[in-house]
Design a protein around this ligand. Structure first.
Ligand SMILES: [Zn+2]
Length: 452
């Protein structure tokens, strides 16, 4: 198939995946990824691929397509894309978030960069391999997986636990990296080799009920919750310079006035606060700090009742090497007298909701080398640098089994690094067709290189 035809197919498939609106709000009966598995099964049909479908929870299917290799000693590569997306606030969008419209060379919609673009292009490349009768030495697996945007309970976690024979591989490629970063030293593209851990918890703040007409000296759970929210926002744990962050900054060949503070744990926070490049500032902070973001608050009974209970949801993200004890010690500091304020520890009950430690793959692997060669072949002159994502991805389930798992794709220079970062789970998510062309080409080259 010619490159133009592949790009057209990838574009149409992406539009259809966006229109399926597999919105995962974290509840078991959301997602409905089976719709997109039906779509992909139909798309891949007739290409001579071995296709399986797994549906551990009704409506939450995942699809596996494989091309078995001829040489058992040759490596197995998995291309893994998720089919679910996060919810939207439609009124903030310029176009229908589930319209999948193609406007001025860009496909608009939730999932356009996270990560239906990759899920679609991986499917197109896999179908082409099947259709052309590709008989590789190693094995190629395509996995379209459900429930990445929550905890993977109905997707990758379940598959790795219950269908390991089908999942076993030597390398995984998934989201998200490869956007061009322009530097005086040329174009650099991040490969995601590690990710922060999840430590999501809810703080149940206790108070004493009373009449809202007489607030003096009452024990108001909402007032205490407000204080806690402010402490969470102001919390400043020490910076840690992990090897991935160090090699990223070094690989970027930033000027010394940038690389100096970005690698100095004593200066990094203030530097990021003042850095005009907002995307880089947020990344620099998140890649080197444990973070606690208050994201939801619920509570109160009635307009005229002093509330006795308010709950605060907190999205905590830990660094590689940190465990529950480290996170709890920081929380103790926030709630306790160490904060400089009142000791609120007895007023709060901590409920840990999701706990998933950080994960990191080695940087120097045959997969790294193959990606650099493929990058050079498709977009000559750009150099890859390792990077740590601050979001959680399904890579972690594979990294824990010792399998190097990287996030990568190829993007044109139409959408910059900062804009790309803002679109993840943000408004006006979109991807240009040229990026779909480059990424489809990338999978073609890297598969032939690594397993062909
Ligand atoms: Zn994603």
């Amino acid at each position: 198939m010619a490159g133009d035809d592949r790009t057209a197919e990838a574009t149409e498939l992406l539009q259809a995946l966006i229109r399926n609106a597999c919105v995962n709000d974290g509840s078991a009966d959301s997602g409905h990824e089976s719709k997109s598995v039906d779509l992909l099964a139909h798309y891949l049909d007739g290409a001579g691929l071995d296709v399986e479908r797994y549906e551990p929870t009704p409506g939450r299917a995942s699809l596996v397509a494989r091309i078995e290799g001829s040489d058992r000693s040759a490596p197995t590569l998995m291309l893994m894309g998720h089919t679910d997306v996060v919810p939207v606030t439609p009124e903030n969008w310029l176009h229908d978030p589930f319209g999948g419209e193609l406007i001025d060379g860009e496909v608009w919609g939730r999932g356009a960069v996270d990560m239906l673009n990759l899920t679609a292009t991986m499917a197109v490349a896999t179908k082409q391999f099947g259709a052309e009768g590709f008989r590789p030495r190693g094995t190629l697996i395509y996995l379209a997986v459900a429930d990445e945007e929550a905890a993977g309970t109905h997707g990758a976690e379940w598959l790795v636990e219950h269908q390991w024979d089908e999942m076993a591989c030597d390398y995984v490629l998934t989201e998200s990296g490869g956007m061009p970063v322009r530097t005086p030293d040329g174009i650099k593209r991040p490969i995601i080799v590690g990710e922060k851990g999840l430590f999501w918890f809810t703080l149940h703040v206790k108070g004493t009920p009373g009449h809202g007409s007489q607030p003096l000296r009452t024990d108001n759970a909402l007032v205490k919750a407000a204080e806690i929210v402010n402490r969470l926002a102001a919390f400043r744990p020490p910076a840690h310079i992990h090897e991935i962050w160090r090699r990223f900054v070094e690989g970027m060949n930033f000027p010394l006035e940038l690389s100096g503070p970005l690698l100095d744990p004593d200066r990094l926070y203030e530097f990021a606060e003042g850095l005009p490049m907002l995307g880089l500032a947020r990344q620099a902070h998140a890649c080197t700090h444990t973070t606690f973001a208050p994201t939801m608050a619920t509570g109160g009974l009635k307009h005229n009742v002093i509330p006795d209970r308010v709950s605060i949801a907190v999205d905590g993200r830990t660094l590689p090497g940190q465990d529950r004890d480290d996170a709890m010690a920081m929380l103790d500091e926030i709630l306790g007298p160490g904060s400089g304020g009142a000791d609120l520890r007895d007023d709060v009950e901590v409920e840990v909701v999701v706990e998933d430690p950080a994960s990191a793959s080695p940087i120097d692997t045959p997969l790294w080398d193959a990606l650099q060669r493929a990058t050079e072949a498709v977009v000559p002159g750009s150099v890859n640098v390792p990077f740590m994502t601050v979001g959680g991805t399904d890579s972690r389930f594979f990294r824990r089994r010792g399998i190097p798992s990287y996030g990568y794709g190829l993007f044109s220079d139409r959408i910059g690094f900062d804009e790309f970062a803002d679109m993840f789970h943000g408004d006006n998510e979109r991807v240009d067709v040229e990026s779909l062309r480059l990424t489809t080409e990338l999978w073609d080259v890297v598969v032939r290189d690594l397993v062909g």
